[in-house]
Design a protein around this ligand. Structure first.
Ligand SMILES: [Zn+2]
Length: 362
């Protein structure tokens, strides 16, 4: 064992010893990633540490080849396993699979914002088959409890308010045409046939509610196909979504996720991205719980790793919750009806964050 593993194991033992016999008071999850061919003893030590902090389950991004071993360890350590998988952002697929923006550009050749923003078209039957087969392959792994859909959406037609400066863009008048999808021939024709509206002739496509509904429907249909296939295998489906859905997810990325047949939903309630304080968690979770009916809502919290120098960090993606904000965020979410909490990420949690969380969980 190297020193890092020993330290992790010791930390887990210490927490275990201090809270033996105590049961976590609410379901707690975290998003985590493992690299290719991970050191499995290190994975186990990490999972033991999460378990000691009261985790119920873990959402892990891993290569398909590594999922069987990693998921098995999660089960051995008493953790529910969500196989976290980015869906619609993919590179190197056939050109026709990609969405087309309002300027007529395809996302593989002209990605919006950043090079990896190459979003597939959920209305394309070949894309649908590809996504369903990719996810059922994961669901077939014995120790996978949930397949967790991430990036199950269009590209951000509108960026979160906290990111406008970073990208030098202003969305106060609605979507950015270069990131507003999908205007491919198939989508335009199908929409015309359904509604009689020629969206290419519309002065302001954003002012056509049927057009928003059409695109939300395309994602909903794809998620429904995935859920049908995965449920038929006796497995469950969760998804990482934008907050809302009506306040953010629908206008920003066309996720009408309250209509998805999921088993659990993980809204990414990252308050700093929206320039909101920790108190916002209560407000947004209330909307989510009202919208989701029986579907359990797990409130996703963004943790600030370098919290001591947060005020010096310009990029909001380096912001997040301070240790002193953990109680407000967690209690606000749970009091508003969230079924649990998920941390993005446990790796960003400092000893000060853990101390605040442990007080609430254990
Ligand atoms: Zn299209």
């Amino acid at each position: 064992m190297d020193m890092r593993r020993i330290m992790l194991a010791l930390a887990a033992l210490l927490v275990l010893a201090s809270c033996a016999e105590k049961k976590p008071s609410f379901p707690l999850y975290g998003w985590d990633s493992v690299g290719k061919n991970p050191d499995l003893e290190e994975v186990r030590a990490k999972f033991q540490n999460y378990k000691a902090h009261g985790f119920t389950g873990i959402c892990v991004q891993a290569d398909l080849a590594d999922i069987p071993a990693v998921a098995k360890i999660a089960h051995e350590e008493g953790l529910e396993y969500h196989a976290w998988k980015p869906c619609m952002l993919q590179s190197g697929k056939p050109h026709e699979w990609y969405t087309v923006n309002r300027l007529g550009q395809r996302a593989d050749e002209f990605p919006a914002y950043v090079q990896y923003y190459q979003a597939l078209d959920p209305a394309n039957p070949e894309v649908q088959d590809y996504i369903v087969s990719m996810l059922t392959e994961i669901a077939a792994v014995p120790d996978v409890d949930y397949v967790q859909l991430d990036y199950i959406r269009y590209a951000d037609a509108i960026l979160a308010r906290g990111l406008w400066e970073k990208y030098g863009l202003d969305f106060s008048n609605g979507p950015y045409p270069a990131a507003d999808y999908c205007y491919c021939d198939r989508c335009v024709a199908e929409f015309k046939e359904l509604t009689g509206i020629d969206i290419l002739a519309a002065e302001d496509p954003q002012a056509v509610p049927e057009w928003t509904a059409f695109r939300c429907g395309k994602i909903t249909q794809l998620v429904t196909k995935v859920c049908d296939a995965v449920h038929a295998m006796g497995k469950k489906v969760s998804a990482d979504v934008f907050p809302g859905p009506d306040s953010h997810a629908v206008p920003m990325v066309r996720q009408q996720w309250d209509q998805w047949p999921l088993d659990m939903v993980f809204p990414m309630n990252y308050n700093d991205f929206y320039l909101q304080p920790a108190e916002w968690l209560a407000e947004i979770t209330e909307e989510e719980v009202k919208a989701s009916g029986d579907m359990p809502v797990i409130s996703g919290l963004f943790i600030c790793r370098e919290w001591q120098r947060k005020s010096e960090i310009k990029d909001p993606e380096g912001h997040g919750l301070l240790p002193s904000e953990i109680a407000t965020a967690v209690k606000g979410s749970l009091d508003a009806g969230a079924a649990g909490i998920c941390l993005f990420t446990p790796g960003s949690m400092t000893p000060e964050h853990w101390a605040e969380l442990d007080k609430l969980v254990l």
